[in-house]
Design a binder for this molecule. Sequence first.
Ligand code: DX5
Ligand code: ZN
Length: 228
Amino acid sequence: MTFDPKIKIAPSILAADFSNFGAECRAIEAQGADWVHVDVMDGHFVPNITFGPAMCAALRPHIKGIMDVHLMIQPIDPFLEAFAKAGADHLTVHPEAGPHIHRSLQTIRALGKKAGLAINPGTDIGMVPYLLDQLDLICVMTVNPGFGGQSFLDSQLPKIRALRQLIGDRPIDLQVDGGVSVDTAARVVAAGANVLVAGAAVFKGGSADKPEEYGHNIRRIRVAALPS
Ligand code: DX5
Ligand code: ZN
C-alpha cells in the first residue's frame, strides 16, 4: 500500500466501554475513525494494566481497517510475535522497554508488521536518525503513558517539529498520543503530526448504542486539526 500522508484520527479504546469492545470498535470505524489505537499496558512498564494478545485477537474480527497496537510492556521482545499473531497491523514499542530498540524494530518488520517507535515526554530523540530505515511510524507521547484523560504537554511540540524535519519525505507516520482534543489538535498538526490518537475526546458523551456522538467528536477534531 502506498503511503497516505493525510490527517488520520486513531481513537484509543482505552476510553471505550471495556465490557463491549467489539461493538465499540465497530462503532468508531463506522463513525469515521481511520485507525483503532489499542493500548497494551502491563502494570510494570506503566502503572496500569489493560489487556494482552488474547484480547487483541478477539478484537481483530471487529476491526476492518488498521489495528494500531501501542505496547507499553517490559520486556518487549518476548511478546512481539504473540501480538503479531493476534492480528496487529502496527506494533509500536518504547526504547526503554528492551535492551536493543533497533533489534525490536527489525523483529516487528520481520513479522510482517509496521514498526513504530514511541517516545515518552522525557525521552530524547537523538536515537531517531539511526532508526529511520527501520521505522514506519513515530509516536510522540504528549502525556506520560499509563492513563487516558491526562493533560496535553505543550513541552513536546518542539519535539514534533524536530521529528517532522528528520522524517522529511520518508513514508513514516508522525503520530501524537495523549491529551489530543479539539483544543490541542491544531497545535500538533501545525507542528507536523499527521496521526492523532484521541481517547477521552472521541468517546466522551457517546456509546455503542449512541455512536453518532463518536462521529461528531471525530469530525470536530478533524476540523480543529486543519483550521481554514
Ligand atoms: C496513554 C495512552 C493513550 C491514551 C490517550 O498511555 O497511550 O493512547 O489512551 O488517551 P487520551 O486521548 O484520553 O489522553
Ligand atoms: Zn497509546
